[in-house]
Design a protein around this ligand. Structure first.
Ligand SMILES: Nc1nc2c(c(=O)[nH]1)N[C@H]1C(S)=C(S)[C@@H](COP(=O)(O)OP(=O)(O)OC[C@H]3O[C@@H](n4cnc5c(=O)[nH]c(N)nc54)[C@H](O)[C@@H]3O)O[C@H]1N2
Ligand SMILES: Nc1nc2c(c(=O)[nH]1)N[C@H]1C(S)=C(S)[C@@H](COP(=O)(O)OP(=O)(O)OC[C@H]3O[C@@H](n4cnc5c(=O)[nH]c(N)nc54)[C@H](O)[C@@H]3O)O[C@H]1N2
Ligand code: SF4
Ligand SMILES: [Mo]
Length: 702
């Protein structure tokens, strides 16, 4: 038995593991106790990945469609890689001959983030074939952060992370670290970090409509806000700090421009005015503001619960402003830039001053190359996108509007899905190409650049050779390029990791050095507060822009939405999302290890007060309806919710997918049927879909 160091690529910590390998088979995955950062931290999802690696339902061979796209159950024939490459190339060529080179669209999903060679290959393939209509999971996840950072810092790649080691105060908005292990901060053992803050006398405040699992006496308490109103809470905090003269004038003057416009904006939202909309008292808002300003090192982090609201871009801007005006941005104990082995912030500058352009749907922009995911169906319906390549994504279940999207996907001339599983989306595929999983491919944690409180770089070899005919994405795209008669990395002896190797040179490192290090890992220096402005901020004079044009564009809408929320009936129920330990988005539903008695479906969580008002009993079936759709769900009484807020877990709805034998036996409901789609359903500043705070009506099913 040999022990091979590697790391998990399911979520952002990318926990270090040791694979026990015998006869080229992974026998077991163990936490890597000798890893300099993770020190043995890992969760059951990563440790049980062997089940996924060996799951008999996986895609193991290239498959070509046999029956009609509208058939209830798709049927495929096994083909060879050569046949598949030739046939896919033929279809792409025909599509482009008929409808133009940009008629082939792309949807690149979340696991690509943890796939250094696959992500690059997908982008370069899309460029090579002349694609313009790019979509991806980023607009269901975080695109507001890229938009705001680009405007405020002059680079989409600067996302200040809390200085967990030194902070005395952490304000955490819309995140549930215990379950999800934090996003846009790549750290080990996040609950341990919260515990340390509290243990040294610091404070952690979770801003959340739910008493989350992460909030315990040892890890901070929850301020239970209404959903979709964080922007007003943050504005009010900034205003209260400014009005009380508790801002750091010297820091603001030294490091920013346009602060006056910020003060003016915030002044519209004093605590007394916003309290009913935010759902906590004005005194509580003031207290949060004053605690933050007074702490000896205060930090702030905001995650998907806020991103998915209607004003994620403005909220992220205000998060940076709160940190700046209290003198915590780029200061020990506040928020820092952690460049890691390569300062990615220096390569995220915007290409033009005005990202917006006219389209037949109205004015749009791209974020990291992508259009709004909520316009994918429109682009197909309008005939702009005639074919689609889907890589490591499952838009049918992860985005809004399953019915409309299914109809659109069925109309496409050509769909290629590159996935490890027969995903729900691949029901519409003409070809399915089997990708390797992360035990079968080499990688570097390059996605962590800029996000690590304890920076390190780790290389992993392929722990075992690919099973069956699975191939890494870089190979798949290169093979397709060859079949299309284009130059490809397979022609010479080019290395798919060459770009990473070049970037490593910035720290005098290379892949060989990583490979030779214990755990294949090199620990890098901790973030230096000074580099925030010196290296991170890209605007002229390294100054943060407190009132960029993009934000000004959103200001009027911010007032309109405030008035709308203020006028809302007190009886309106608002739907939020709820991740659990027993799912990862839509794709870990076929594993026996995650099928626990209490996690076999995704019920509607609702507070007992709302249940009695609506005369609902625990366990009964209800209809949940929004302006956009309706689902049937089982009632699950849940006192952790703020009354008026209901929650369901996304990524379920496997009833149509018999090819996932276990998942389809425990199908659950696709809650995204309740979300808005199309124009008006995403933040126009950032393309980010609206996925939280959705008004719903709940009624007993009779
Ligand atoms: N087990 C598990 N881990 C995962 C994933 C998974 O599916 N399962 N997914 C991975 C992915 S792709 C990501 S992006 C990360 C996400 O990581 P997180 O961003 O931490 O995601 P969640 O755990 O969904 O936490 C979001 C929180 O926001 C709260 N919330 C909802 N609406 C609002 C609001 O309007 N305002 C505020 N302040 N809070 C709100 C919710 O109650 C919830 O607790 O997790 C990753 N890790
Ligand atoms: N209502 C609601 N909807 C949400 C969210 C929410 O909180 N609430 N969260 C959103 C978030 S944060 C995200 S990131 C998106 C995710 O949106 P998507 O990325 O579209 O969906 P996933 O469910 O992550 O699907 C990933 C697919 O990749 C496949 N896969 C896994 N590993 C690999 C690999 O190594 N190679 C290849 N080729 N395929 C692989 C899986 O089998 C799966 O089919 O969903 C979003 N949807
Ligand atoms: S926390 Fe995330 S990265 Fe770590 S083992 Fe669990 S799933 Fe993998
Ligand atoms: Mo995500």
């Amino acid at each position: 038995m040999k022990s091979v160091p590697t790391y998990c690529r399911i979520c952002e910590p990318q926990c270090a593991l040791v694979a026990q390998v015998e006869d080229e088979q992974v026998v077991k995955l163990l936490p890597d106790k000798s890893h300099p950062v993770h020190k043995g931290f890992a969760c059951h999802k990563g440790l049980n990945f062997v089940e996924l690696h060996n799951d008999p339902d996986r895609n193991n061979h290239p498959q070509a469609r046999r029956n009609d796209k509208n058939a209830a159950a798709p049927e495929f024939d096994r083909v060879s890689w050569d046949q598949a490459a030739a046939a896919v190339a033929e279809r792409i060529t025909a599509l482009q001959d008929n409808y133009g080179s940009d008629s082939l669209g792309f949807y690149i999903g979340n696991p690509s983030a943890f796939n250094s060679t696959g992500r690059e290959a997908a982008r370069s393939f899309a460029r090579a074939v002349g694609a313009r209509y790019m979509f991806g999971s980023g607009t269901q996840d975080c695109s507001n952060k890229f938009a705001a950072s680009e405007a405020v810092f002059g680079t989409a790649n600067l996302h200040p992370i809390p200085d967990y080691k030194h902070t005395q105060y952490l304000l955490s908005l819309g995140s549930n670290p215990k379950i999800s292990h934090v996003s846009f901060v790549h750290m080990t053992n996040p609950m341990g970090a919260l515990r340390d803050i509290v243990a040294r006398g610091g404070t952690v405040k979770h801003i959340n409509p739910r008493k989350i699992e992460s909030a315990t006496p040892a890890t901070g308490d929850v301020v239970q806000v209404k959903p979709d109103a964080d922007v007003y809470l943050l504005a009010a905090m900034i205003h209260e700090i400014h009005a009380a003269g508790r801002h750091d004038t010297a820091w603001v003057e030294a490091h920013s421009t346009n602060a006056d416009a910020l003060w003016e904006f915030a002044a519209q939202f004093p605590a007394d005015r916003v309290a009913p909309v935010v759902g906590i008292s004005a005194a509580d808002i003031r207290q949060l503001a004053h605690e933050f300003a007074a702490a000896d090192g205060a930090s702030v982090h905001m995650s998907t619960g806020v991103n998915m609201g209607r004003q994620g871009t403005l909220a992220y801007w205000l998060v940076q402003m709160l940190s700046l005006v209290t003198g915590n941005l780029g200061k020990r104990g506040g928020n820092l830039y952690s460049p890691g082995y390569f300062p990615a912030a220096t390569v995220g500058k915007p290409k033009s001053d005005n990202p917006f352009f006219e389209t037949e749907f109205g004015e749009l922009r791209r974020i990291a190359g992508s259009l709004p995911g909520n316009l994918l169906a429109e682009h197909i319906e309008a005939g702009l996108v005639r074919g689609l390549v889907v890589m490591s994504g499952n838009p049918l279940l992860s985005m809004a509007g399953e019915t409309r999207l299914a109809e659109a996907l069925a109309k496409l001339d050509f769909v290629l899905v590159i996935d490890i599983y027969p995903s729900a989306t691949s029901r519409f595929a003409d070809f399915i190409l089997p990708a390797t999983d992360w035990l079968e491919r080499p990688d570097v944690n390059s996605v962590s650049l800029g996000f690590q409180p304890e920076p390190y770089v780790q290389y992993t070899e392929a722990v075992v050779p690919p099973r069956f005919e699975r191939k890494p994405e870089w190979w798949i795209f290169a093979r397709l390029q060859q079949a299309l008669g284009m130059p490809s990395i397979l022609d010479g002896n080019a290395d798919p990791m060459a770009k990473i190797d070049r970037q490593l040179e910035a720290s005098d490192l290379n892949l060989d050095a990583l490979n030779a290090a214990p755990s294949h890992t090199i620990r890098l220096p901790d973030p230096d507060p000074d580099v925030f402005f010196e290296l991170g901020v890209q605007h002229e004079g390294s100054r943060v822009n407190c009132w960029p044009a993009l934000i000004e564009r959103g200001a009027a809408r911010c007032t309109e939405l405030f008035n709308e929320l203020a006028a809302e009936s007190v009886d309106t129920l608002k739907l939020i999302s709820l991740r659990t330990n027993y799912m990862v988005n839509s794709w870990m539903h076929n594993l026996p290890a995650l099928k626990r008695e209490h996690a076999l479906d995704n019920p509607l969580h609702i507070h007992p007060e709302d249940m009695s008002r609506l005369e609902l009993a625990d366990g009964t079936e209800v209809s949940v309806a929004s302006d956009h759709g309706r689902v049937i769900a089982r009632v699950h009484a849940d006192e952790t919710l703020r009354p008026g807020v209901v929650a369901m877990t996304h990524g379920w709805g496997h009833g149509n997918n018999q090819r996932l034998s276990l998942a389809s036996n425990h199908p659950g409901t696709n809650v995204n049927a309740l979300l808005p789609t199309g124009m008006g359903s995403f933040d126009p500043l950032s393309n980010m879909s609206f996925m939280t705070g959705i008004p719903v009506q709940v009624t007993a099913e009779v």
